[in-house]
Design a protein around this ligand. Structure first.
Ligand code: HXC
Length: 514
């Protein structure tokens, strides 16, 4: 056979394999409002940049009539490509082929591309749309998942790992995403659960829909398993591409810098934070008032909303932002917000992204619910994450910084490199009312006019402690600044911190309060 004939044969063979699960299965996939696995990859990557591998891989299962079944590509597409010119490894499970279920060869395709990503030191994107372990392949499927989990863990903190959930993902199909850095979900399409409705019905006798059990909103708002929520697959892909612009290829690099851009004029930093410490405001407006082009890319926007985290650029350089959100629960720290911020800080630290913290909180949320939910352990994660982080850490105290909240939110004591405070900052063990009621209780009770005495004592306490100058006098705050100086100081601090050295003593690893 001539080379020309052999090439034509290849083209024909390739076309056959590219059809995945066939017309009917593709129609079913599209009728559910889903794209095919290949369409998804092509929509995420730069045009013509996708190079596929292992198209001709075949499964080796023999039981349950599997020997007679042809599963093109074994239900997963793998390859490399670029996003805005940056290289990535990518895989997409093909639900049209045996429900995207994971058998031995399917898993080998995924682990091979994971190995590439780790060796080439480039991000990994996994698109998950799978019924989980392929039941007919028994322990081989479980082995496949184990190999994936191991690699997820090995790659953690070395290359960014991104998971996209675009279908029902059960069992093993959710644990790999849970080990990765960012999980993207799409409304009405993504479902994640360990045990599905059928199992729940059998074991517990309860009927529950997949959506209520583990739909996109459940994970974006309640569990915190999802980091980004979109209303369509295309919106989700835009979010992925945007994220890629903020993060580096690997842990030895910095994110690629952009051309600096001033914040938009509509965010006037002088007018956002109310003078009355009890009045709420949206801390994202403070962030938008200082970051380039006022472009703030929020992470986990709908979960634990009392803390805000996300990426932006300052003078063209990526920064990670952590800010208490006075709009929700006055910005208190609790179990979920501590978890949320701690994990984000660890991501930024692993990938050389400076951390900018804005502080305005009354402390930790009191109450039996929080205590019993483990606020001690979860709250400690935040202390650990800030203390452990060796990237440049810059903290700006906007208003309240009371008690443990002051310490936890990137304080000097956890080795912030620079701590700035606005004149409105109140740094104290607790708020003036609570403090006066406790330390002057006797005087207030015994006074002829207890209410007047209480007011006077609150005033006294406020004057003495509810300001930034006591902390500034001790050097815990490096400078008390005008709000309008904030961006300039952030630009300066980031600029001069580029060669910061890591002084952490050698250890294999710490033991954070997981
Ligand atoms: C083999 C599977 C499969 C699986 C789906 N299919 N899941 N084949 N192993 N795990 C096949 C179906 O038989 C069907 O094949 C095709 O995929 C499409 O599935 P449908 O059920 O028709 O689709 P749908 O109605 O959309 O339901 C999707 C689903 C459901 C919710 C995912 O298929 C399901 O519940 N699957 C089982 C989920 C599960 O329990 N997986 C095991 C988890 S245990 P045909 O030929 O008819 O088109 C696990 C262990 C690892 O993963 C744990 C590690 C910690």
């Amino acid at each position: 056979m001539s080379l020309r004939s052999k090439t034509l044969e290849l083209i024909r063979k390739r076309e056959q394999y590219l059809q995945g699960g066939g017309e009917k299965a593709i129609e079913k996939q599209l009728s559910m409002g889903k794209l095919t696995a290949r369409e998804r990859i092509l929509a995420i990557l730069d045009k013509d940049s996708f190079q596929e591998y292992d198209l001709f891989v075949e499964h080796e299962a023999r039981d349950f009539d599997m020997s007679s079944k042809v599963l093109y590509g074994d239900g997963v597409i793998t390859g490399t490509g670029t996003i805005f010119g940056s290289p990535v490894c990518i895989f997409a499970q093909d639900f049209t082929v045996a429900g995207g279920s994971l058998g031995l060869m399917h898993a080998r395709k995924i682990t091979k591309i994971m190995d590439h990503a780790l060796k080439l030191r480039i991000p990994l994107i996994g698109i998950n749309d799978s019924g989980g372990a392929r039941i007919q392949e028994g322990v081989n499927s479980l082995a496949g998942y184990g190999e994936i989990f191991f690699r997820n863990t090995l790659a953690s903190g070395v290359i960014p790992q991104i998971s996209v959930i675009l279908g029902p993902c059960a069992g093993g199909a959710v644990y790999s995403p849970a080990l990765t850095d960012f999980v993207f979900v799409v409304n009405n399409i993504s479902k994640l659960f360990i045990t599905g409705p059928e199992v729940i019905k059998t074991v517990l006798g309860e009927e529950i829909s997949m959506e209520d059990l583990g739909g996109a909103r459940v994970h974006a708002e309640i569990t915190g398993n999802a980091h980004f929520f979109a209303t369509s697959e295309y919106e989700c892909f835009e979010q992925i591409k945007k994220l890629i612009t903020f993060i580096p290829w690997n842990n030895t690099r910095r994110a690629l810098p952009f051309k600096p851009k001033e914040p938009k004029k509509e965010y006037n930093i002088e007018k956002i934070v109310p003078g009355d410490p009890k009045m709420p405001y949206d801390v994202r407006d403070v962030i938008r008032a200082v970051v380039d082009d006022s472009d703030f890319f929020e992470v986990q926007e709908f979960w634990a909303q009392n803390i805000v985290i996300g990426f932006a650029r300052i003078n063209g350089e990526t920064v990670g932002l952590v800010a208490n959100q006075p709009l929700y629960l006055a910005g208190v720290l609790d179990v979920d917000s501590s978890d949320k911020a701690a994990r984000f800080i660890r991501f930024c630290d692993a990938f050389n992204i400076p951390i900018v913290t804005f502080v305005d909180l009354p402390g930790y949320l009191p109450g039996i619910d929080q205590e019993h939910a483990g606020v001690i352990r979860h709250g400690a994660k935040l202390l650990y994450a800030y203390s452990e982080a060796t990237v440049p850490k810059i903290t700006v105290i906007l208003r309240k910084a009371y008690g443990g909240g002051y310490i936890a939110m990137g304080s000097r004591h956890l080795r912030a490199d620079f701590v700035f405070a606005w004149p409105s900052a109140e740094i104290a063990v607790m708020g003036p009312e609570g403090a006066a009621n406790i330390i002057f209780r006797k005087e207030i009770m015994e006074a002829p006019d207890p209410e007047a005495m209480r007011k006077q004592k609150v005033k006294e306490y406020k004057e003495k402690f509810a300001n930034p100058y006591v902390a500034a006098a001790k050097g815990y705050v490096d400078a008390v600044i005008e709000p309008k100086e904030t961006r300039k100081l952030l630009v300066h601090s980031i600029e001069i911190s580029k060669e910061k050295v890591n002084t952490t003593p050698y250890k294999k690893h710490g033991i954070p309060p997981f």
